[in-house]
Design a protein around this ligand. Structure first.
Ligand SMILES: Cc1cc2nc3c(=O)[nH]c(=O)nc-3n(C[C@H](O)[C@H](O)[C@H](O)COP(=O)(O)OP(=O)(O)OC[C@H]3O[C@@H](n4cnc5c(N)ncnc54)[C@H](O)[C@@H]3O)c2cc1C
Length: 404
């Protein structure tokens, strides 16, 4: 069946004659020749799927065996995709990007920790970042992951509708208290806080909790933002439900839209457990779903704000085109574009050059602890058709431009 929204979307793209993302001079203005070469070499390496597979296994083994490979990781993937091992390391990156109009979202990317001390320490990091963000114009947004503040198993059990035992209930109360402490400080300091989305089988409990935070802290404007992974075919319905609930209860919604980073894991689990995968049937269906959510959110901007977290050029052009037709100012604070550090500078820096609100996630943390994040980036750049090709083509164009 022909989707009328999709036809409109294509029409928008054809109408959009100015292809601002092709300007590689602006895109790579912060990179010197050596850094450009290094980025080219890195993307060339991770475009090789067998190399990434073997490299990932070897790296995991070497780290577990305490072999001295941290230096190698740091000088390659880590330095490309992360700002440093702590907040202070990231400051030069944050400041240099801000000169070009690109804001930063400091992202404490330590994953896979499962104890209370680690959850408290992650919360303290985010509180510190919010304080920091309040002082610094260059970093107006904070972020955290639900599983950074509580055990995966608790979210999963709640999501399955099971009752927690008394000890687990106390543990969950501490998770809720961590969310509340962070969102309250964000509200007091007027700093947007994004809450990432993770695997679907823990996400239900996280969604309920974030929704609760929005009801408490988004009464005047969107401060707390949840994340919608549009590779999930149920997310459009969820967005509409949330819109109704926010209207009925007088609070604002904030949503970061992404396509989603756990596709293989989701499909494998659904297959092994014999349920229908929550993932859209095709890449095209995911793209349509993402673009549909963009249109819906921009249509309802009086009650919600959008953070468009994507490296997809067509979706980013779509946001720009709708903003233009609706006379939404480029720097309207209800619309943000976001990319990850080390990826899609052609989108971030060109958008900022044209006056849009842009923020890049700057992951940081000890090398060993950010490995799951780095592996996801390497896999994404390997397996997702187009991404590495796009980066390599742009880097090549810029190298050629500089030579000529
Ligand atoms: C600022 C920012 C924040 C982010 N936060 C989160 C987060 O909180 N949670 C999270 O999960 N991810 C998050 N991501 C990661 C994001 O999900 C990935 O970067 C994204 O999947 C890559 O998609 P893209 O929109 O850049 O575009 P593209 O490169 O065009 O799309 C690739 C994506 O399309 C989807 N896809 C590919 N093939 C198929 C298929 N056959 N069927 C269905 N779908 C398919 C997958 O989601 C794949 O990753 C974030 C990204 C950014 C930039």
């Amino acid at each position: 069946m022909i989707d009328i929204n999709y036809i409109c979307f294509i029409f928008f793209l054809i109408m959009n004659k100015e292809k601002i993302f092709e300007n590689t001079e602006i895109a790579f203005s912060l990179k010197n020749d050596a850094q450009l070469e290094r980025a080219y070499f890195l993307f060339k390496m991770i475009s090789n799927e067998p190399l990434v597979r073997i490299g990932t296994a070897a790296t995991n083994f070497a780290l577990k065996a305490n072999l001295p490979i941290e230096g190698l990781i740091r000088s390659t993937v880590f330095d490309h995709f992360c700002g440093g091992v702590n907040e202070e390391d990231c400051l030069p990156v944050i400041e240099s990007m801000y000169v070009k109009g690109v804001s930063s979202v400091l992202d404490y990317s330590v994953e896979g920790k499962e104890n209370e001390a680690e959850f408290d320490s992650a919360m303290q990091k985010v509180l510190k970042i919010i304080d920091f963000a309040h002082e610094k114009e260059s970093m107006p947004i904070a972020v955290f992951k639900p599983t950074g503040f509580g055990r995966f198993h608790l979210y999963e059990k709640l999501g399955e509708g099971k009752t927690l035992d008394p000890e687990e209930q106390e543990e969950w109360n501490r998770v809720v208290a961590r969310f509340d402490k962070v969102c309250k400080l964000a509200y007091e300091k007027d700093v947007i806080v994004l809450i990432d989305a993770e695997e679907s089988w823990m996400q239900g409990a996280a969604d309920d909790l974030v929704s609760q935070m929005m009801q408490t802290y988004n009464n005047e404007k969107p401060i707390v933002y949840n994340t919608l992974q549009m590779y999930r075919h149920d997310r459009m319905d969820y967005l509409k439900e949330q819109t109704e609930s926010a209207r009925a209860n007088n609070y604002f919604l904030g949503f970061k839209l992404v396509r989603g980073a756990y596709m293989e894991k989701e499909n494998e689990r659904a297959e092994s457990k014999g349920y229908i995968s929550p993932i859209c049937i095709s890449k095209q269906a995911t793209d349509d779903n993402f673009n549909h959510a963009v249109e819906y959110m921009l249509e309802n901007l009086e009650s919600m704000s959008l953070f468009s977290g994507t490296h997809n050029e067509a979706s980013s052009y779509l946001v720009m085109d709708i903003m233009k037709t609706k006379n939404i100012a480029h720097n309207d604070n209800r619309v943000w574009f976001g990319q990850l550090y080390g990826m899609s500078d052609h989108i971030s820096f060109n958008l900022a050059y044209h006056g849009y609100n842009v923020a890049k996630y700057i992951p940081f943390g000890p090398v060993k602890d950010v490995m799951p994040y780095l592996i996801r980036r390497a896999e994404e750049n390997t397996s997702v058709a187009g991404q590495t090709g796009r980066e390599l083509k742009l880097l090549k164009t810029e190298k050629k431009r500089r030579k000529s």
